[in-house]
Each structure stands twice: as C-alpha cells, then as structure tokens.
Design a binder for this molecule. Sequence first.
Ligand code: 5AD
Ligand code: SF4
Length: 431
Amino acid sequence: MKYFIQIFGCQMNKSDAERIASLLDSLGYNAVEQKEKADFIFIVSCSVRQSAENRVYGLMSQIKKLKAQSPKLKVVLTGCMAMRKEVVKNLKDVDVFLDIKDLKTLPKLLNTKSEQAEIETYFSIKPKYESGFTAYVPIMTGCNNFCTYCIVPYVRGREESRQPQEVLNEVQCLLDNGYKEIILLGQNVNSYSPKLRTQGSGFRAEIINDFPDLLEAVATLKGDYWLRFLTSHPKDFSDKLIKVIKNNKNITEYVHLPIQAGDDTILRKMNRKYTVKHFKTLVKKIRNAIPGVSISTDIIVGFPGETKKLFESSAKTFEEIGFDMAYLNKYSARKGTKSYDLKDEVSDMEKKRRELVLTKLLRKSGLDYNKQFKGQTLEVLVGKKGKDDMWFAKTRTYKVVKFKSKKSLLGQFVKIKITKAGSFGYDCELF
Ligand code: 5AD
Ligand code: SF4
C-alpha cells in the first residue's frame, strides 16, 4: 500500500503528519511523492482562515478526478477541518474523518496491525521526522483562551500537556542522533501544565511544574543544539521565563509574541486579556534582559469594529514597538467563533490596504533591526540548498541568511560574515 500526505497550516500540523507517517510505515505502508501514485491520501487540514480551507476544497476537486480513475483510492482527512460539522458535510470524497487525538485507532480503521508498541496517547507515537537536523516536538495541544476570532479552541479542544519525561526522552533521543535544532510546540506554551508531576528521575531532580521549568530542563540536556519554542501568549509570558531564556545558552534569542491588535478597544473585543501597555512593558523587559533578541508577532487587520481610526492607533503601536518580524493576517470570519456574529464590515480592499501599511512599517523596523548585525560574524544553521551553490541558513534569531559554497553543508552549524542586511534577512559569505 502506498500513501501520500498533504499538509496545510502550522508547524503543529507538520508535527502531526510526522506521527501519521511513522504509524503508516509501521503498518508496512510506503510513502510516495506524488498523490497520483497513492492508494491512500492523508490530508492534514487547517481552518484558521477561510483561505486555508479553500486550499483543501481545491485539492478535493483533484481528488475527485483521481477517484474516478482509481475507485480504490481512499482519502483520510484530519486536522482542524475534520472537526467542523459544517465542513465535513461538504467533503463527499473523504472516506474517513479522523480526530488527530484518535490517531492510535488508525490501524483499526485500516484493518491492520501496528508494529509500534502499545500506543498510549497520540503524543507517544514516535514521529518520522522530516528533517535530519531540525525537529518539532509538541509539548501540548489545544487551547483554553477563546480569542473571539479563533477556531482553534473549538477544533483542537482543551489544553492537554504532555508528560515532561516524555518530552525530555524525545529530545534526548533527537540529540543522541545529532539533531541541531529543537522547536517545542504548543498553541500557548506558557500555559504548559502537566497533570502528573514527574519527579525527574533520569534527567533532573527538580519537579517540572510549568513551561519555564520544562524549557530549562530541556535546555540543560547535553549537546550542541539550539532550542526554540512557539507560540507564546503575552498574558502568560512570565519573568521566570525571561530568566530561563537569558540564562541558558542553548535557548535562542528569538521570541514569537503575537500582539493581534495594537489598540485596547480591539484587544478587548478579541478577548486577548492584556492591554497595549502590558504588551509594551513585556517587550521592553524581554529586550532589556536578552541582548540582541528578535521579537516577531502575528497581527490581524480588519477585525470587526476596527475603524480607520482604530487601525491607525494599532499601526502606531506596531511602529512604536518596531517588530523584528511579523506575520500579517487579514481577518477571516470563522463560523462557530464569537466574532462570527459581529458584522465583518471592513472590505477586502481596505484589509489589503491595512496590510500594506503594516508591511511598509515592517520593512523599516526589520531593516533597522537587521542593520545592527552588518559586518558581524555569526553562527548559522544551514537548512536548505538553492540553485547554483546557494545555501539558506537560519540565525539564532530566526533570520534567513543566504551565501554561496561548493561544500555540502546541510544541517551543519557554520560561521558566516554578514555583508548586506535586508528587511527580512541577510546576504553573507562563509567565514
Ligand atoms: N482571521 C485571521 N487571522 C487569524 N488568526 C487566527 N484566527 C484568525 C482569523 N479568524 C491568525 C492569528 C494567529 C495566527 C496563527 O493566525 O494572528 O496568531
Ligand atoms: Fe487561537 Fe487565541 Fe488560542 Fe492562539 S491563544 S490558538 S489565537 S484562541
């Protein structure tokens, strides 16, 4: 049997796909690179914005044709869309809708037996990591925050934290296998809270109660590696966490801190539970404590009730903070969320205009941040090869650098000298 996995959306979906792949391999299935050659197509879907769901609808029309040619083809849909009743009924060509938390039932659904040892939770399925040097390690799933625009709490359910020992074991195993970059994942890592508190028998004697404890325990595992984490909620980002980042050299100087809006009226309507003042103070604290830190954000434009004036206030905050990187999102009404009932009154054209305003500001703040590194020598992790001996790598601060080299450097830490700083990355040469 041959399978193909199509992934949409966030890193959590990528990580889920790695667990699906390992389970299928253990059932004796073989991965193929083209969906046309597959007996099973797995879709790991995203519902965060309508555009993400539309991509799945686009794929479904291709699948319809494939099914007409090969009637035995089976389609399994998991991820956010599989949890949405109103979506499920539109996807007639899907054979199985799978809640990712029920992944361990897949062998039964496919009428086969897994060679993996008895699976306790979906987290305990050993992933088939896509990369040989960067690994995503989920530490929790779900979200309890109910931001009014967001579908995640409805489709991913309540927060569930993974056992610390299991996280530590997975990371230790990765480090033993030479992995260089570990990215801890959760919708809101700051509310990590393991139910069963583990006495760290193998690794540390302390009890792991919260995210800073876990991060520190992971950061003190032996090895030459970088440790990152995604994503943080500004209301829960503690002084203890800042201290842990500051004191552990394996943790990179990079914080992704979604602001979502830069105006208190909109933040309140979004149920974000912090103010602009709180956010600014937090950014200042992080920047003061961690020299050279890069802070990136997510921000939504055109949320219901965001008048031109309120947007201007939001853009002013965005400019004042001067983010080093930002992911700009046009508001997309999601059925089932609280804000769906509010009138989506900002036109698409106006959302695009606002996005452009923020892009301009970002180009400037990104460049201002990046300029400080011009002429410096930095260590980077090489992640991808381009054309004509070009290599792409990431800095500790999650910036992209590119340089030329005839040597094969994939997955290695190398030293580079920055020759030119742009808004979103650097040109450099191998040192
Ligand atoms: N519309 C637009 N952007 C959204 N996001 C989440 N829900 C929506 C929505 N309904 C964005 C947020 C979040 C990121 C992952 O996606 O900015 O941080
Ligand atoms: Fe969605 Fe808010 Fe939870 Fe993030 S914190 S996943 S934006 S509800």
